[in-house]
Design a protein around this ligand. Structure first.
Ligand code: PMP
Length: 360
C-alpha cells in the first residue's frame, strides 16, 4: 500500500480503533479525518495553494473535539476518572463544547469554567449539552480567580473528578501529533511547504508542527499567527522574551500570555511568527463567505490571512496549510451585527460590496 495511505489509515485508526470505513463508532468515531479545502480564489491570487483544514466539520463543530477526546482518554488510561465521574475544565468555549459532547457520549458529568467575555451562543450551547457552566470574570492567569484555577479547585472538591487542564496537559498536543499532522501529510501527498495557525493552548500548532517537522525536517516551515493582545509573536520576534499582555482582539479562543506546556517542547521548531490585525481578520471573514461560501469564526479568518502572508514570504508555487477552527454559528450575534462591529470600530473595515452580509 502507498505509505501515505498507510499514514492516513494509522491516523484514522488512532481515533477510531476497530472502525469500518464510512460507519463511525458513535459521536466519538466521527471526530477527525476532516477535508482539506483548497481556497481557490486566494490560491489564484497568491500563486501558491492555500489549503485549509475544515475543522468546523468535526461533530462538535471545532478543532477542539480532537483535544477533548484525547484529554478524556488520557484521564481514563491513567485511572484518574471512573464511570459516572466528572470532567472539569477551564475553556473559552470550544474545548468545553467538545468535552460536553464527549462526556455525554461516555456517560460523564461535565463542569465548565469560562471567562465571561465569551459569546452567549457558546454558553447556551454548553448548557444545552448538559454541562454545568460558570462564566467568571476574565482575569490574568497569575490571579487565583482565573477560570483555570477555579476549574482545578472545583475538581479537587469532588470525588471521582478530573481537571483535564487543556493548557498544560500534553495529551492535547498528542491529539495533533497523532491525527491532525498525519492527516495533513497524507492529504498533501507529503508536499506541504508551510503550516501556520494561531494558538490558544498551542496544542494544534505544536502537535501538527512536530509531526510535519519529524516527517520533513527543514523542508516544511512553521509560522505562528497571533492576534493583537497576545504575547507570542513578540516572544518569537524578540528571541524568546516574554512581555506583558497589552491590547485586545475580537478573536475568541486564541491569544496567549505565556508559553504553555503544550507549546514549550516545540518553541525551537517555529520558523516565524506574525501578528494579524482585527481589520484584516474581519475583512477575510467576509471575503471567505462571499468568494468561497464558507461561514467561519474569526480565528479561522485570522489563520487564512496568516496563510496568505506566509505564501507571500515563501514565494510562489508552494502548498500552505492552515486551520479553519470553527464556524460562525457560535459568534453570529457579534460578527454579523452592525452595532457590534461599530462598537469595535470594524464596520468600515468591511468593503462596500461585502456590507450586504451584515444582516443583524
Ligand atoms: N480557534 C478557536 C475558535 C478556539 O476555540 C481555539 C481553542 N481555544 C483555537 C482556535 C486554538 O486552538 P489551540 O488551543 O489548539 O491552540
Amino acid at each position: 500500500m502507498n505509505p501515505l495511505r498507510l499514514i492516513a489509515r494509522r491516523a484514522y485508526s488512532t481515533i477510531h480503533p476497530g472502525s469500518r470505513p464510512g460507519i463511525t463508532n458513535g459521536f466519538i468515531g466521527a471526530i477527525g479525518n476532516t477535508p482539506l479545502i483548497r481556497l481557490n480564489r486566494l490560491s489564484e491570487e497568491t500563486g501558491s495553494e492555500i489549503l485549509a483544514k475544515a475543522e468546523f466539520m468535526n461533530p462538535g463543530g471545532s478543532v477542539k473535539d480532537r483535544a477533548a477526546l484525547f484529554v478524556v482518554k488520557d484521564a481514563e488510561e491513567r485511572g484518574l476518572i471512573q464511570p459516572g465521574g466528572t470532567v472539569v475544565e477551564g475553556t473559552a468555549g470550544n474545548t468545553g463544547i467538545g468535552l460536553a459532547h464527549v462526556c455525554r457520549a461516555k456517560g460523564y458529568k461535565c463542569v465548565i469554567y469560562m471567562p465571561n467575555t465569551q459569546s452567549q451562543e457558546k454558553i447556551d450551547l454548553l448548557r444545552m449539552l448538559g454541562a454545568e457552566v460558570y462564566p467568571v470574570p476574565a482575569v490574568a492567569f497569575d490571579n487565583p480567580e482565573n477560570y483555570n484555577h477555579q476549574a482545578k479547585r472545583h475538581a479537587e472538591s469532588l470525588k471521582n473528578a478530573v481537571w483535564t487542564n487543556q493548557f498544560d496537559n500534553t495529551a492535547n498536543r498528542r491529539a495533533h501529533i497523532e491525527t491532525t499532522g498525519p492527516e495533513i501529510y497524507a492529504q498533501t501527498n507529503g508536499e506541504v511547504d508551510g503550516f501556520v495557525c494561531a494558538t490558544g493552548t498551542g496544542g494544534t500548532l505544536a502537535g501538527t508542527a512536530r509531526y510535519l517537522k519529524d516527517m520533513k525536517g527543514d523542508k516544511v516551515k512553521i509560522f505562528l499567527a497571533d492576534p493583537p493582545g497576545s504575547v507570542l509573536h513578540s516572544y518569537f520576534a524578540s528571541g524568546h522574551k516574554l512581555f506583558e499582555r497589552s491590547g485586545s482582539s475580537i478573536t475568541e479562543g486564541i491569544g496567549q500570555g505565556r508559553v504553555t506546556d503544550n507549546l514549550a517542547p516545540d518553541v525551537g521548531i517555529i520558523d516565524g511568527s506574525l501578528t494579524v490585525h482585527d481589520e484584516d481578520t474581519i475583512k477575510m471573514l467576509y471575503r471567505l463567505l462571499d468568494e468561497e461560501g464558507i461561514y467561519l469564526g474569526a480565528s479561522s479568518a485570522l489563520n487564512v490571512v496568516a496563510a496568505v502572508e506566509m505564501a507571500k514570504q515563501l514565494g510562489k508555487g508552494k502548498k500552505i496549510v492552515t486551520i479553519l477552527c470553527d464556524g460562525a454559528y457560535r459568534y453570529q450575534s457579534r460578527l454579523f451585527s452592525r452595532q457590534w462591529l461599530e462598537s469595535k470600530n470594524l464596520s468600515t473595515a468591511i468593503p462596500e460590496h461585502l456590507q450586504k452580509y451584515v444582516v443583524l
